[in-house]
Design a protein around this ligand. Structure first.
Ligand code: FAD
Length: 309
């Protein structure tokens, strides 16, 4: 069995693995896709001390750092079920391939995924004008025209954030009114370079020469289609934690995030969590990595307190 088994190999999982392995304890990482969301990222410009890198390079560096400590990496392996330990026993993780992994402690770091709008052009122009994270990609659109799809809290926050950087923001909301908190909506409406369209259904993200050049939406009241010329589209219709497999075991928030305390502990003894799959505010690489290292130190703390058998 492992001393620490990490499920998920993004920045949180990799940081947890390095911290655990440096304690000289038996460490394994099982990941559906090592590197996680970073694999889908073009430019990374906010990982402190690294002025600029790209996603695949960063993912390769995560893997190299993890391998350097002899961590057992089980890539392309999906976990299906977590089984808490019986008193004095081991925690089990059932894998989709039928295997069961056992460990004294487990760190959950299965991350999250952005919900797609699923219109023509979205997949084609991902990272070529279609973006999901305003903290990450906002500055790439400095002085340009952008749209935000989604008028909930995250969409309106994104629009306010972008309005300070880009030339113009068009906010597109499907429902007949914005669902964000009133204080955010009022702030948004006070900004001179923002246009809001409610009751508007995004129908297509258009582009040419491999770059976004517009967004089409249908006015749901009149059925008339409109085209907004622009350079960037931020899709803000939800970040979904990859925690479906944990339902019924670990305590989750109403958004499906693993509830963690300040030490990365979940409600199950010996089970810790870190990164985008948790209730941590602000989903970012540097935050996930910090929380992964914190969860590993907490797991080590737990291990040294386990009764000697
Ligand atoms: P993830 O990176 O999501 O990794 C999750 C890991 O768990 C993966 O290995 C996955 O395969 C695995 N997994 C999931 N389910 C299972 C399962 N059941 N069994 C086994 N393994 C599983 N942040 C920044 O700070 N700067 C940026 O510039 C930036 N740009 C971004 C651009 C894009 C397009 C996207 C999508 C995100 C961006 N982010 C950026 C956000 C950043 O990528 C995330 O905050 C970060 O990757 C979270 O790390 P994580 O380890 O918690 O989760």
């Amino acid at each position: 069995p492992y001393d620490v088994l990490i499920v998920g190999g993004g920045p949180a999982g990799a940081a947890a693995a390095v911290y655990a392995a440096r304690k000289g304890i038996r460490t394994g990482v099982a990941a559906e896709r090592f590197g996680g969301q970073v694999n889908d990222t073009l430019a990374i410009e906010n990982y402190i001390s690294v002025l600029e890198t790209d996603g695949p390079k960063f993912a390769a560096a995560l893997e190299a750092h993890t391998r350097a400590y002899g961590v057992d990496i089980m890539n392309l392996q999906r976990a299906d079920k977590l089984i808490p330990a019986e008193p004095g026993g081991l925690i089990s993780v059932q894998m989709a391939n039928g295997a069961t992994l056992q460990s004294k402690t487990v760190i959950l770091s299965t991350g999250a995924r952005w919900r797609n709008v699923n219109v023509p052009g979205e997949a084609e122009y991902k990272n070529k004008g279609v973006a999901y994270c305003p903290h990450c990609d906002g500055p790439l659109f400095k002085g340009k025209r952008t749209a935000v799809i989604g008028g909930g809290n995250s969409g309106v926050e994104a629009a306010i954030d972008l309005a300070g950087i880009v030339a113009h923001v068009t906010l597109i909301e499907f429902a007949d009114q914005l669902k964000a908190d009133a204080v955010l909506v009022n702030k948004l409406k006070s900004l001179p370079n923002v246009t809001i369209h409610t009751n508007a259904q995004t129908t297509e993200i258009t582009g040419a020469d491999g770059k976004v050049n517009g967004l089409k939406y249908k006015d749901r009241a009149t059925n008339v289609e409109q085209l907004v010329p622009l350079e960037g589209v931020f899709v803000q219709i939800g970040l979904v934690p990859n925690t479906e497999w944990l339902k019924g075991t670990v305590e989750l928030s109403k958004f499906g995030e693993v509830i963690v305390d300040s030490h990365g502990r979940t409600n199950i003894p010996g089970v810790f969590a870190a990164g985008d799959c948790t209730t941590v505010p602000f989903k970012q690489i540097v935050i996930a990595a910090g929380d992964g290292s914190k969860a590993a130190l907490s797991a080590f703390d737990h291990l040294i307190r386990m009764p000697v058998v």
